[in-house]
Design a protein around this ligand. Structure first.
Ligand SMILES: Nc1ncnc2c1ncn2[C@@H]1O[C@H](COP(=O)(O)OP(=O)(O)OP(=O)(O)O)[C@@H](O)[C@H]1O
Length: 380
């Protein structure tokens, strides 16, 4: 969970309350949540999930896995066929959207083109009958936090995509919901702006201490922004964990592949600390690498070291797995270099930090070294 400063904020009813109190009202529990559109389209299948108050929580998964359906059920815009939704300790399964302390920001911004930025941001306050002076104070406060001060009198068509998305966020945040739902809010932006807004959004969430539930299909975006991630596939949760847990210890092949791991080898036999795989016989450390009865051995690209054949390698005194390979492809990325190495009839992806040392070329023979404790055993 994030730690936050505790700025004083105004609640929907206008009274002052601490950010801590807001946070306490913003945990989410889902139990047995299912949504079937028809027999062929099971959007959500018996989902149990707990999201902590004040967390930046991401729903990650491929297209059609049920992320948006889950978000819409949280917002009250979609009804579940089965299951219970609890927000802030209150069962809101039957509660209509406008009575939930939840706001949603969509990818499409949904701003009013005929209104100024100021009036767009103030919209929710006007609807709720907040007085003019209070509206002005709160609009200027949020505009300042989101660096929109200079744009307040502009119309929407005079703004860039990034500015529009910040206004959509400001408009959702001004209502001070306990929970902010964000459905791919950055996906329409170009790469540079997207990175800037990722940082801004994360900072904002930490300052406000609000619960953010963020939907994306981009694993890199999920990793940099989230306190925890739920990875979905086919309407089912595959794994919930911190970015590091999901990256380093994926529970199955789907999670490993989705998160970007290619080096997965079926385990043909396992005796004590020795594995038989298509890469040959590998030493592994049962104490640090998970259940050896699992079906696949995962070797992350950045834990593999390459050296010149027959050289002492990383450390000759260590009981490393040493194999021979040939560099088949090289992708120069600046800070790192990705190699595709042909090794025992298998393709191995290797990610080497670019420390200014000599790079291997396509066609070079290389020594491949893997520590036994860096081999992770995962399920099917
Ligand atoms: N209104 C609907 N009627 C019928 N099927 C639907 C409806 N809405 C969603 N589905 C189906 O439910 C499944 C989950 O859809 P959902 O939009 O939640 O996925 P998603 O993970 O958000 O996908 P994307 O990343 O492409 O937006 C998909 O198979 C989709 O086709």
């Amino acid at each position: 969970m994030t730690t936050t400063a505790s700025p004083s904020v105004s609640s929907a009813s206008g009274e002052k309350t601490s950010a801590k109190a807001v946070r306490e009202a913003s945990s989410i529990s889902l139990r047995g949540l299912s949504r079937y559109f028809n027999a062929d389209a099971i959007a959500l299948d018996d989902v149990d999930l707990d999201i902590h108050a004040g967390e930046f929580f991401t729903l990650l998964g491929p297209s059609g896995c049920g992320k948006t359906t889950l978000l819409r059920i949280l917002a009250g815009l979609e009804e579940a066929d089965q299951g219970v939704v609890v927000i802030g300790g209150r069962d809101v399964t039957e509660t209509p959207p406008h009575k939930r302390s939840v706001n949603t920001v969509f990818q499409s911004y949904a701003l009013f083109p005929h209104l100024t930025v100021r009036d767009n941001i103030a919209f929710g306050l006007r609807v709720r009958g907040v007085g003019k002076a209070e509206q002005k104070r709160r609009v200027e406060d949020i505009a300042h936090r989101m660096q929109l001060d200079a744009l307040l009198e502009r119309r929407i068509h005079q703004l860039s995509g990034g500015q529009r998305q910040r206004i959509a966020l400001a408009r959702a945040l001004i209502n001070e919901p306990d929970v902010l739902l964000l459905d791919e809010p950055l996906s329409a932006l170009d790469a540079g702006l997207r990175t800037d807004l990722q940082v801004e959004l994360k900072r904002l969430q930490q300052t406000l201490g609000m619960t953010f539930v963020f939907v994306t299909h981009d694993q890199a975006e999920a990793m940099v922004m989230s306190d925890r991630i739920a990875l979905l596939n086919g309407g089912k949760i595959q794994q919930v964990g911190t970015p590091a847990e999901i990256y380093e210890y994926p529970v199955n092949r789907f999670v490993a592949r989705f998160i970007g791991h290619d080096n997965l080898f079926p385990v043909e036999r396992c005796d004590g600390s020795t594995l038989q795989t298509a890469l040959g016989t590998l030493q592994f450390n049962a104490a640090s690498t998970g259940d050896p009865r699992q079906a696949f051995a995962l070797i992350r690209p950045e834990v593999i070291a390459l050296s010149v054949p027959d050289s002492p390698g990383i450390d000759p005194s260590l009981a490393l797995n040493r194999l021979e390979g040939i560099v088949e492809e090289r992708f120069y990325r600046g800070a790192s270099v990705e190699y595709r190495v042909r090794c025992q009839q298998c393709d191995l992806v290797v990610d080497s930090a670019n420390c200014g040392e000599r790079l291997f070329k396509v066609g070079d023979r290389v020594q491949v070294e893997i520590y036994p404790e860096d081999i992770v055993m995962i399920g099917d």
